[in-house]
Design a protein around this ligand. Structure first.
Ligand code: SAH
Length: 485
């Protein structure tokens, strides 16, 4: 058993370390705080247990309880991940957790994280050291501890020069500023107060020590105090969609890089599933039978027209050996990748990702006859099976799964209600979304990838604000940026 004390970074999922992603992917259980980004928790297996120790009736869970929880989880699980904001040993009480684990004889490993003390300042365009302005930086807590603790020596900090980075200092900021001025810092010393740093909600307030108490700042925020805070190398907050909430439907044909591009432009992306994959009507009985026949050598070919079909068939097989001697045909690159993930090499990938193209490239039937298994979605297209039968093959079409509209949960619908815009990448994404969420829940700005999608949206009663000039994901994002400007 190992308990991993893992730094999650300040928020942007891209600021997670490679090691942290590795241990998250192997986690049996994740213990996290209130501020953990959902995107990071998604890196843990779906089956992993999750504990939010930042949220409990009456406030966050006490530290000694968290320590006990970690020790007891270590007795039940193999890989326990304690995910903490920023770096676990920078004001994260990670040291106390490590101490409790050591005392209990539990093995632990520390995965350092990118601390907000440095990264939040960087995302605000403030270097914590800078030639000619600051040769040191001090990270200090602004949280007042109980009376027995010696107070932070603010005068000494003021006298030391260099940059002062205050964490947990929002509520005491007026006092902190007074102490520093009393210690000799100029009232006009620049301050950058950065809230929700590295996240689409990031907002930097630039002020001075004298005005800090009256500056509007909400936690969580990092205060950067010193001449470097007068530098304005803003870059993150210049992103064209910063903080905009944009809905994309997570449908089969959703272009995968749309989410990345929107996030890259600063948007908060809300992925709403509109299609769910479920067992076929017979509960998978026919598929299980086909799997047994396949293992017995009954088929010459198996044809996959979706990655879902690959997953479903492989789930009823022992492993790839059950496919020994059987050709594997796939409809396109996504399905090919799903096959390769099982360490199988597809024998036939058509020139274009279409059933028609697969049929055109299909080898001639051997004289001895030939049998093809097509596991696929219930009510799929018949182009491939009909064409193969016409070419003399014996074809078994087996329902491997069925797609049903996915009802978004109440949390998702609430998030959609606050969104600024929605992107549609095909007519089916329009109809799926309107089916599951309702036309009245469509966000105010609608962006479509092309005229066909836009026509479908208008037929559904939506007002279309943006249509991509080039019908690509990049074009769609450009059109959205122009519409929201
Ligand atoms: N271990 C963490 C710090 C924990 S103390 C680290 O290394 O970053 C929590 C404080 O960190 C907050 O009160 C706030 O001052 C700062 N902080 C954490 N995340 C932040 C964010 N995204 N933006 C601004 N400040 C943040």
């Amino acid at each position: 058993v190992t308990v991993y004390l893992v730094g999650a970074g300040p928020g942007d999922p891209g600021l997670l370390t490679v090691r942290a992603a590795e241990v998250l992917a192997a986690a049996d259980v994740v213990v996290h705080d209130r501020l953990a980004e959902a995107g990071l928790l998604d890196l843990a297996p779906a089956a992993a247990r999750r504990f939010d120790v930042g949220k409990a009736p009456g406030g966050p869970i006490r530290q000694d309880r968290i320590n006990d929880l970690l020790v007891s989880l270590a007795a039940e699980h193999t890989t326990v991940v304690r995910l903490k904001g920023g770096d676990p040993f920078v004001f994260g009480r990670g040291g106390e957790e490590a101490q409790a684990l050591a005392d209990a004889g539990v093995e632990f490993e520390v995965v350092p994280g990118i601390t907000s003390a440095v990264a939040v300042a960087a995302y605000a365009g403030v270097p914590v050291t800078h030639r000619g302005l600051a040769t040191s930086f001090t990270v200090v807590t602004g949280h007042r501890r109980d009376a027995r603790d010696p107070e932070t020596d603010w005068s000494a900090l003021a006298a030391a020069g260099g940059t002062i980075v205050v964490l947990m200092g929002v509520s005491h900021r007026a006092e902190i500023a007074r102490y520093l001025i009393a210690g000799g810092m100029a009232p006009g010393t620049p301050v950058a107060a950065v809230q929700w740093g590295t996240r689409p909600e990031q907002r930097t307030t630039r002020t001075t020590l004298a005005a800090l108490g009256d500056a509007p700042v909400e936690p969580p925020a990092t205060l950067v105090i010193g001449p470097v805070a007068g530098l304005d190398l803003a870059w993150y907050e210049r992103r064209p969609l910063l903080g905009r909430r944009v809905v994309v439907t997570r449908a089969r044909n959703q272009a995968p890089d749309l989410v990345a591009r929107l996030a890259g432009a600063g948007a908060r992306v809300l992925e709403v599933p509109t299609i769910a994959v479920e067992d076929p009507a017979d509960g998978g009985a026919a598929l299980a039978r086909a799997g047994a026949d396949l293992a017995a050598g009954a088929y010459d070919w198996v044809a996959f027209t979706s990655a879902n079909a690959v997953a479903r068939l492989m789930a009823v097989l022992r492993d790839g050996r059950d496919l020994a001697g059987c050709g594997i045909a796939v409809v396109g690159p996504g399905t090919a990748a799903a096959v390769r993930a099982h360490h199988l090499v597809p024998d036939l990938v058509p020139a274009r990702p279409l059933a028609e193209s697969l049929l055109a490239d299909w080898p001639l039937r051997p004289n001895t006859g030939g049998r093809v298994l097509i596991p696929r979605a219930a009510a799929g297209r018949d182009v491939l099976p009909d064409g193969l039968v016409a070419a003399g093959w014996a074809v078994d079409v087996v329902d491997a799964y069925r797609t049903v509209p996915a009802r978004p949960g109440p949390d998702q619908l609430a998030a959609v209600a606050g969104a600024d815009a929605i992107c549609f990448t095909s007519s089916s994404t329009v109809t799926n979304f309107v089916d599951v969420a309702g036309a009245d829940r469509v966000p105010p700005v609608v962006a479509c990838i092309g005229p066909v999608t836009a026509a479908t949206a208008r037929e559904a009663g939506l007002e279309v604000a943006a249509v991509a000039r080039t019908h690509t994901v990049g074009g769609l994002v450009d059109a959205l940026i122009a519409a929201l400007r």
